[in-house]
Design a protein around this ligand. Structure first.
Ligand SMILES: Cc1cc2nc3c(=O)[nH]c(=O)nc-3n(C[C@H](O)[C@H](O)[C@H](O)COP(=O)(O)OP(=O)(O)OC[C@H]3O[C@@H](n4cnc5c(N)ncnc54)[C@H](O)[C@@H]3O)c2cc1C
Length: 366
């Protein structure tokens, strides 16, 4: 069976890796280079507990994916020879006011009740763990099982492993879907067409722009995130730090990835003065030692935002079409579970996660 995957970001490439094997001829179609968009702009936090507002299908999906990560990256490294910077760093959510501290206490309580590891620390306890934390800190929540990966290296490993497993990469922009008797039978490209039994849309923030996909562009659109990479001679932190202001992801080599903004400004990837001021202001408030860091680089990426914050996973509006998009702020985290679920759908197996909340049909355009 021939399968076409539109988009060579973390989703398309991870799905390609999952599907590659006997009986399936898999092609990833990418108009730029694999990973050129959101997937290499990401910080790489694997942090369902840091992100979760409440129990629910998103937390369950994210926890499943986090659980898959160690074995998944091990297999990718074995197949590609690329080490992906998977680091079991743990994460701290920081509170700078009493009101925020009360919110953190409530978060820790519901997560513990849900069986997750989390603990509440007063400011001095948090600073004993991380001496470079701000002295203004009132409290913190520790999530010891939230970790990180380096998304750029992950993309290198994914493309290497996919190629090794027999996935083909085809360079070109998809213009629309081919249809025969109401079923999707491939894609129209700039200079021709490719046919397939199954087509999977994994085009990130651009997924709703493809004619025939049937997802309303008001419900799936780009959300810009601006980022700054800093470096110090030695790592100033061990844990990922986050607060309502922003976050800092410390890599093992002393570099820190600092984020971010969330801006619904269309397909505009500019880095702005206001964005940088906000990201750097947050980073240095969380960890004042970063004031002396060197600015290595700045960039912005476009997350695939959805109106309800849930991804689109499952069958499209027509036979022959599947969708894996809208992973918003958690696509790096959700790549292994997305690949596994799409693999189950393609092979005709029952998905091991209830996909009802993630149905692409909830955003169907006319
Ligand atoms: C600043 C920032 C920080 C983030 N931090 C984190 C984080 O810490 N943890 C986390 O889990 N997630 C994070 N994310 C989210 C994560 O990066 C995304 O959810 C994920 O990368 C989405 O992957 P994707 O493959 O769907 O999209 P993309 O990576 O955007 O890939 C889509 C691909 O489709 C291609 N394409 C589009 N249209 C066409 C077409 N018509 N024809 C051919 N090709 C096409 C594009 O060129 C692109 O390469 C962050 C995102 C940003 C921007």
């Amino acid at each position: 069976m021939r399968v076409l995957i539109v988009g060579g970001g973390v989703m398309g490439t991870a799905i390609g890796c999952e599907l590659a094997g006997p009986g399936l001829e898999v092609t990833v179609l990418e108009r730029s280079i694999p990973g050129a968009e959101a997937s290499t702009a990401a910080a790489g936090m694997l942090a369902p507990q840091l992100e979760a507002q409440a129990p629910g299908p998103m937390l369950e999906l994210s926890m499943r994916s986090r659980g898959l990560y160690p074995a998944w990256v091990k297999a990718l490294t074995a197949d590609s020879g690329v080490e992906v910077g998977y680091l079991e760093s743990g994460a701290l959510q920081l509170a700078f006011t009493e009101a925020q501290a009360h919110e953190l206490e409530a978060t820790v309580a519901w997560q513990q009740a849900a069986g997750l590891r989390a603990s509440f620390l007063v400011g001095d306890e948090a600073r004993a763990l991380e001496p470079n934390l701000s002295t203004e800190l009132v409290a913190a929540a520790l999530f010891p099982d939230d970790h990180q990966v380096d998304p750029r290296r992950l993309m290198q490993a994914l493309t290497g492993a996919a190629a090794r497993r027999g996935v083909r990469f085809h360079s070109g922009a998809v213009r629309g879907l081919l249809e025969t008797q109401g079923a999707v039978t491939g894609v129209a490209l700039e200079g021709g067409a490719l046919t397939a039994e199954l087509t999977i849309i994994a085009a990130g923030a651009w997924s709703s722009l493809l004619p025939g996909v049937g997802v309303d562009a008001a419900h799936l659109k780009p959300a810009r995130g601006q980022m700054v990479e800093l470096s110090l001679p030695a790592p100033p932190l061990k844990h990922v730090l986050k607060s309502g202001l922003g976050y800092v992801v410390p890599r093992a080599d002393g570099h820190c990835i600092c984020g971010t903004t969330v801006e619904l400004v269309g397909f505009d990837k500019r880095v702005t003065a206001e964005g940088l001021a906000s990201v750097l202001g947050a980073a240095t408030r969380l960890c004042p030692a970063l004031e002396d860091a060197t600015v290595v680089s700045t960039w912005a990426g476009l997350r695939p935002w959805t109106e309800d914050g849930l991804p689109l996973l499952g069958r499209g509006p027509k036979p022959g079409l599947l969708v894996a998009s809208g992973h918003y702020r958690n696509g790096i985290l959700l790549a292994p579970i997305t690949a596994r679920l799409l693999g189950q759908l393609v092979r005709g197996d029952r998905p091991t996660v209830d996909l009802t909340p993630f149905s692409p049909g909830r955003f169907t355009s006319r």
